[in-house]
Design a protein around this ligand. Sequence first.
Ligand code: SF4
Ligand code: ZN
Length: 315
Amino acid sequence: VRKLCALCSTRRPILVRPKTAQRLCKECFYHVFETEIHHTITSNKLFSRGDKVAIGASGGKDSTVLAHIMKTLNERYNYGLDLYLLSVDEGIKGYRDDSLETVKRNETQYAIPLTIVSYESLYRGWTMDRIVSAQGTAKNSCTYCGVFRRQALDRGAAQLGIAHIVTGHNADDMAETVLMNLLRGDVARLGRCTEILTKGEDGDDGVRRSKPFKYAYEKEIVMYAHFKKLDYFSTECTYSPDAFRGTARALIKDLEAVRPSAILDIIHSGEAFHLDEKTQKALPKQGTCERCGYMTSGEVCKACVLLEGLEKGMP
Ligand code: SF4
Ligand code: ZN
């Protein structure tokens, strides 16, 4: 007797679900994957009807699947959301210029309007290519890029009058971040990094950010994109990724291989470090940067500090 799909018992299974090891047919895999995301969205009350939501879109697998799923769920469950694609052009030749072409095709495929904001225009001409050549090394590129991207997305959303950004961060990314904060002894970040929804750091008028894929395994996102034949870009960034993150990533993959639930277990452990309200209030208060007006806990925001360093010609 040929085994049938573990969920519908009618169709032949064509895949083994990484999260549960169930043998499923394509249709049942789509259904459980989409329904889990829907459940994550509703149980955490991520959106309200009428919200304008920007999908942080890089053209990579995570954000492409996110755009597809947001559109699908918005229609299927009638969320009543107004969706936008928001991309950041970091100015990396041979990488971001190509991946942005993918996002432009996604704009047409999903009929979601796209806005692109660039480092070049936001940061006085400092593209990542220019930063790396001025520094003579790509070693710290992700540090600059991370700080700049966060602000760029916020600014792009503000331009569009959007108060909520969803990003494609998946369970593997989150487990990685938990592990890194644990290994660094950064208890404050450890307490915050598993939050699915962060309110704008400068209070109620700040941009909200959420991660609907918080519990979605990277392997399943890849499978979904593959079976649905989604149009995404899979080349890696030309600049060397953070070595510490790379090591944490490799460790998570090894753990997953021997114990698939390890990814969720690490996230749950991280959640247990969540800070209570009293401790949170004792953390530095957010104000605004005296140069650019962006939120910061100091006098000058991190992007302005980095820009000043670049313009003085030192890292
Ligand atoms: Fe930027 Fe680093 Fe990502 Fe490249 S890998 S896009 S430099 S954050
Ligand atoms: Zn089935």
